[in-house]
Design a protein around this ligand. Sequence first.
Ligand SMILES: [Fe+2]
Ligand SMILES: [Fe+2]
Length: 198
Amino acid sequence: MSKSAEGTASIPLKKTVRFTEMAKGGAGEYALLHRLEQDYIRELPARLLAALRELENSLSGYRVSRLEHSLQSATRAHRAGESEEMVAAALLHDIGDGLAPHTHGEMAAAILKPYVSERAYWIVKHHGVFQMYYYAHHLGGDRHARDRFRSHKWFQDCADFCEKYDQNCFDPDYPSEPLEFFAPILQRVFAKPRKEFL
Ligand SMILES: [Fe+2]
Ligand SMILES: [Fe+2]
C-alpha cells in the first residue's frame, strides 16, 4: 500500500470472538456469531448461482454442459407450469455432481430440504436411481432399480420428473432461459427455511 493510501484506506475490521475453544464462549459471543451466520445464510442464493456456474466445467462427453442441462431442466419445469420450488429443484438437482459423484441427489436434496416440501425433497433425493431406468441396462446394471420404491406415494412424481425434466435435457438446440432468469426464483424459494430449521 502506498503511503498516501495508508491513511485513507478504511477496511473495517471483522468482529471476531475471543475464544479458541467453543466450550469457553459466552452468550454475547454466540449472539454475534448467530447474527453473522444469519447474514451468511441470506447469501445462500448467490452461492448457489456461483456453484451452478461451476457446472459449466463439470462432466464431459455429453452434448451440453451440466450447467446447460440444469438450465434446460429448470426451463422445461417452468414452462410446464411447475411450482417455483420444483423449478428450483430442477435447477439444482445435479449441483452435487462435482463433490458427491456417488450420492449427488442426496447432496442436492440436503441443500433444498429446509426450503421445500417433503415431496420436492424426496424427488431430488431419489432422482439418481430413477434416472437409471434410461441407461443402466446398457452398462450391465438394473434399469428397474427404481422399482424398490414402487409403492411409495411419490414414485410416479419422481418418474415423471426424470422423464420430463432430466433424461430429455441434453439437447444443445433447446432454448433454455439463462441463469439470471432463475435468480429471483431462487431468492424466493430460499427466502426462509421452515421453522424447524430456524
Ligand atoms: Fe442427477
Ligand atoms: Fe440431471
